[in-house]
Design a protein around this ligand. Structure first.
Ligand code: F3S
Length: 408
């Protein structure tokens, strides 16, 4: 590898044991993926924060690293944790779980990572720009940064994102390089894609068909200036990353690299696919249980505009079963100031920050039958929470919470 003098010094331990360990992780990754140099990054988004996912072993790993004096050197922020720091008791989360979770957050905070606890940092002022290099790790955030913003990040694991945050750079491989950002698949759409649910189904279908490849999609027309398009595109990327492992997509005349390069965004001999209906995706995300215990919205984490929209939908509504809407604490604060939280809570719904349905200990809270308006959540809830899930439109989810049963 071509190291700078600074990188060589870090590897020799001149900047402390914590930085040396971080550099060793990145060098190992560079060797595995054939990178010959490092690229400076603008920011890092660090997953593996929930106590549910990393447990005591993960907490020990982070504590050891912190004790070595490791500190981040670029803006770095945390993915959702397993609790809402303010509402965990109300959620029914145990004292032990909450305490261990708070230790993880405190450890990362002492290392300099901001406790944003969100998968949508772009809703709280961390909007990457075209060509930025990043080390982000949550799959929907990675997809949004790469595809909608035109920034460049691989799908990092928690430790590699933290290592990059400490060093301030990442190995130059994968989606950091022009050649690896070309589309491998050209997808012709012959069905109407308009609503957020359509984008969820389509994302699920594309991910299922192409795995970890890069699609270039023709036939989507979307007004990029509206908040609803942001909602649709983040759900679309989240779904593709969950049913497959798509970390970058291009949409003709919509996403920045597709606009700037036109048909040159396609790799030679790109595979052509046509999608003329979403029936398979609808069937795959449909479950037929009778019981419903919880409805959760806000995957990926909701924006202020989405909370406003949901407050309007919940006007004069009384819910029969719990409805949770997940977002970041920063968005909650803005929404509280604007009177949106009280409007939502008047229906009985709860706006939960810092966590989500997949990384909170829902199974321990006794929730098994869960409705969502996110294909990503519908993909993950069965495996992560042993849940029976229902996927539907936002309207369908709210109507179901109102009726206390799933409304088809
Ligand atoms: Fe975010 Fe949790 Fe969904 S991390 S993308 S709200 S599964």
């Amino acid at each position: 590898m071509n190291f700078t003098d600074h990188e060589r010094a870090i590897l020799k331990g001149a900047h402390g044991a914590g930085a040396k360990k971080a550099m060793e992780i990145l060098v190992s990754l560079a060797r595995i993926f054939g990178a010959d140099s490092m690229i400076p990054i603008q920011s890092s988004q660090i997953a593996g924060v929930s106590y549910l996912n990393i447990g005591d072993v993960g907490l020990g790993f982070l504590s050891d690293w912190e004790e070595m004096g490791a500190k981040v050197s670029v803006p770095s922020f945390m993915n959702p944790a397993g609790i809402d720091r303010a509402l965990w008791k109300k959620m029914g989360i145990s004292e032990h779980f909450a305490q261990q979770q708070m230790k993880i957050i405190a450890t990362l905070s002492r290392m300099g990572v901001e406790a944003t606890l969100t998968c949508t940092p772009y809703h709280i002022g961390q909007m990457p720009t075209l060509g930025d290099h990043l080390a982000w790790s949550e799959s929907s955030a990675v997809s949004y940064a790469n595809s909608v913003c035109g920034a460049r990040t691989n799908r990092e694991g928690g430790p590699s994102a933290l290592a990059s945050a400490i060093i301030g750079s990442t190995p130059a491989y994968g989606l950091h390089l022009d050649l690896n950002r070309l589309a491998t698949h050209k997808i012709h759409l012959e069905c109407d894609i308009r609503t957020a649910a359509d984008f969820n189904w389509l994302g699920y279908e594309i991910g299922r068909r192409i795995g970890d490849a890069i699609p270039f999609i023709e036939g989507i027309s979307i007004d990029m200036s509206s908040w609803y398009s942001t909602l649709c595109l983040k759900a679309f990327g989240a779904a593709m990353a969950a049913s497959g492992a798509v970390a970058l997509y291009h949409i003709k005349d919509v996403t920045p690299e597709a606009i700037s390069t036109g048909n040159e965004i396609l790799k030679d001999h790109a595979i052509e696919l046509t999608i003329d209906n979403l029936d398979d995706a609808r069937r795959a995300l449909q479950h037929h249980a009778r019981k419903l215990q919880l409805v959760t919205l806000g995957c990926p984490h909701a924006s202020l505009a989405e909370l406003t929209y949901l407050a309007d939908m919940l006007k004069d509504v009384t819910l029969k079963i719990p409805l949770w809407i997940t977002t970041s604490a920063q968005v909650v604060n803005l929404a509280r100031e604007a009177g949106i939280i009280s409007r939502i809570e008047a229906s009985g719904a709860l706006v939960i920050s810092d966590t989500c349905m997949v990384v909170a200990p829902l199974k321990d809270l006794g929730f098994r039958y869960i409705a969502v308006d996110s294909a990503k959540a519908a993909c993950y809830l069965p495996s992560h929470q042993n849940a029976i899930t229902y996927f539907g439109t936002t309207e369908q989810c709210i109507e179901s919470a109102k009726e206390g049963r799933w409304i088809n």
